[in-house]
Design a binder for this molecule. Structure first.
Ligand code: G3I
Length: 368
């Protein structure tokens, strides 16, 4: 057995028996769960998802496009998940690279893959401050021209996948940590004002009446100024008849910080409004020791955070979609963004499973 696999196997075995607390030990897979995948263990109608690696940070890495080049990766993606989210492939800079040119190839391939594998798709994303192409961010447009550009983008992209996207992240990360609208770095809010938010939800609903339309953000797992701002905005929009169907927490967590213990009551505030909720981008990064291999205690804590996030979602009416932001350390964005942190996903680079994987699987299986 190669050294890394031996270390992996030892760490996983040890971590499964080194409980962090009475409620936090990563339950070892029981006999009836052996061999089951996450989607096989999940309750009916509960979607367990993963981001589909491609674009973004992958373009700066020394490997080919994961989704199109890595067959074992794609096989695991099909076997383990009942929902997929294009990590970058539906973002403006990829799908609308020039003002008069769309490039649907990568997104089409993911949607076809999902259909072949009986998976739903989370569309990501339409109105955001990041990963917009230069022609848009640096262009000289009147407000009317900019509004027409956004409307045509929504009609073209959402219309193309009509009936094939279960949930759209219509508006992504529109508030600051203090609950103020991003009226500086978000081109749409800066140039068109907050009224564009209702417009983009209406345009999306017109283009695909089947899709559930979400706000999506990080740092909203707890009750705080940011999640409060979403609660107030959504209540206001729904009172105006704007088709907002859901609110989702990305849940990019770190063992450097405590677990957001009020995640469940926070999501329940949105559920109480009749909204769907979702976890859309969970990963749990950790400070890597020298040598880069997490300790058994770190793996146990990570498994605990995965389990508690999933448990919170399962406990909230209308939280029926739970997505991790990539399932293997081989392709994770975390080491690229957070120097010294990593090992954030549920599988090692060789797709062998971590305690966090078993924590998800046993939590799902207990709800069937
Ligand atoms: O565009 C620049 C390019 O000009 C430059 O030459 C190149 C090399 O430095 O970097 C390019 O930027 C890349 C960017 O994607 C745009 O494609 C960054 O390197 C790259 O790290 C970045 O990664 C993506 C990131 O979003 C962008 O914010 C990740 O792949 C992707 O996983 C991540 O996903 C986001 C979700 O969409 C929203 N929630 C947060 C989540 C993590 O940031």
């Amino acid at each position: 057995m190669q050294p890394i696999r031996l270390v992996t196997a030892l760490l996983t075995a040890v971590a499964l028996v080194v409980p962090l607390s009475a409620t936090a030990s990563a339950a070892p897979p029981t006999a009836d769960q052996h061999g089951k995948t996450l989607r096989q263990a999940a309750p009916k109608k509960f979607r367990i998802g993963s981001a589909v690696a491609g674009g973004g940070h992958h373009e700066t890495m020394p490997y080919p496009d994961p989704f199109s080049a890595d067959r074992p990766y794609r096989d695991r993606l099909a076997a383990e998940f009942s929902s997929v989210s294009p990590e970058n492939q539906m973002k403006w800079e990829y799908i609308h690279p020039e003002r008069d040119r769309y490039d649907f190839a990568a997104a089409d391939a993911i949607v076809r893959f999902a259909q072949r594998n009986h998976q739903v798709v989370r569309g990501h994303t339409l109105l955001w401050h990041s990963q917009n192409p230069a022609w848009l961010e640096q262009g000289e447009f009147t407000a009317d021209e900019l509004r027409a550009i956004l409307r045509d983008h929504v009609r073209t992209v959402v219309g193309r996948y009509q009936g094939r996207i279960q949930q759209w992240d219509v508006a992504n990360e529109i508030f600051t940590e203090t609950g103020e609208l991003r009226t500086t770095d978000n081109i749409w809010l800066r140039e068109l004002g907050p009224g564009i938010i209702a417009d983009v939800f209406r345009w999306t609903h017109q283009a695909d009446p089947h899709a559930e339309l979400f706000f999506n953000d990080y740092g909203v797992e707890s009750v705080n100024a940011k999640s409060d701002a979403y609660l107030a905005l959504i209540q206001q929009l729904r009172a105006q008849g704007v088709p907002v169907h859901g609110f989702s927490a990305q849940a990019h967590l770190s063992t450097r910080y405590g677990f957001p213990a009020d995640l469940e009551p926070n999501l329940k505030r949105f559920s109480a409004l009749g909204l769907e909720t979702a976890i859309t981008e969970l990963d749990v990064r950790m400070d890597l020791p020298d040598g880069g291999v997490p300790t058994a205690e770190q793996l146990t804590q990570q498994a605990d955070y995965y389990r508690r996030t999933l448990t919170a979602c399962l406990n909230v009416r209308g939280c029926d979609s739970f997505t991790i932001w990539g399932f293997t350390d081989k392709y994770s964005w975390v080491p690229v963004f957070f120097e010294g942190e990593g090992a954030a996903t549920v599988m090692w680079e060789d797709f062998s499973r971590k305690p966090a994987y078993y924590a998800l699987r046993s939590t799902l299986a207990d709800r069937r």
